[in-house]
Write a protein that binds this ligand. Structure first.
Ligand code: ZN
Length: 261
């Protein structure tokens, strides 16, 4: 981990994970945090932005010196020219184990390469950044969220910048630090530290409030359950019964184990 007072860049998507992650970097590690928010043409942009603005004010009030206003960066990913096609492909793959993990394959890398570049650009105003934080969990099933991806990206940052002191870290899956955890740990931390995490936006749909019945909403509900924290989120719909068959991690793990053996 970077030392107290060092400057780092962290993704702020408006979702629970990135919000809690930034809180931990500020409170537990006393790091100078420069968040970035990617406007990538997401359909729930308005609501993500609202959450980002809320937590920007929240952290600025609490950590006047360490927290810096977020930088909104517009990078369309996936490209609008083929987004519909890609969506169709993704839907074709969604029910095939080990294929639905491909998701939007370039999105994570493009977002965090941009974050790295933003960090590097801060040199111009005398801010030395060498570390970029993501907040991927051990339940994030996309290949572009895995620890392997984190390490590959880390090497890419170093190679591109010709500086091997750069780091790319996602705390929940840093097994070198003894970590391998899920949303419940972040939810519990936020609850215990007075961070109103229910104001974060995780739902990918374009309803004004969380839909309650998409994969990210399922994860959100599961996280609160596992954390043993009452979920104050207002949902539009109850959770349907799709969850156990469509999104069963245990089933998925069993399948992967079978594949490996
Ligand atoms: Zn939802």
């Amino acid at each position: 981990m970077p030392k107290k007072g060092e400057s780092v860049v962290a993704c702020l998507s408006g979702g629970q994970d990135s919000v809690a992650n930034i809180g931990i970097l500020l409170k537990e590690f006393c790091l100078n945090v420069y968040p970035f928010f990617i406007n990538r043409g997401q359909s729930n942009y308005k609501y993500e932005k609202k959450a980002v603005d809320y937590f920007n004010q929240f952290y600025k009030r609490k950590f006047l010196k360490l927290y810096h206003n977020y930088k909104e960066i517009t990078v369309m990913t996936p490209g609008a020219e083929y987004k519909d096609l890609l969506r169709k492909t993704k839907r074709m793959m969604d029910d095939i184990p080990l294929n639905h993990n491909i998701s939007y394959p370039a999105r994570g890398s493009i977002a965090f390469l941009t974050g790295m570049e933003y960090g590097y650009s801060l040199k111009a105003i005398g801010v030395e950044v060498k570390t970029v934080f993501a907040s991927n969990m051990n339940s994030d099933f996309s290949y572009h969220c895995s620890q392997t991806w984190v390490r590959l990206m880390n090497i890419l940052f170093c190679q591109i910048l010709n500086d091997w002191s750069w780091q790319f870290i996602s705390l929940p899956i840093e097994t070198e630090l003894g970590n391998s955890f899920d949303k419940d740990v972040f939810i519990k931390w936020a609850y215990e530290n007075g961070v109103p995490l229910h104001k974060a936006r995780t739902c990918v749909k374009s309803f004004d409030i969380e839909c309650g019945d998409c994969p990210t909403c399922w994860d959100r509900r599961k996280g609160y359950k596992e954390a043993g924290v009452k979920d104050p989120t207002k949902y539009k719909f109850p959770m349907s019964s799709k969850y156990p068959t469509y999104y069963d991690h245990e089933k998925e793990e069993k399948h992967e184990k079978r594949n490996r053996s």
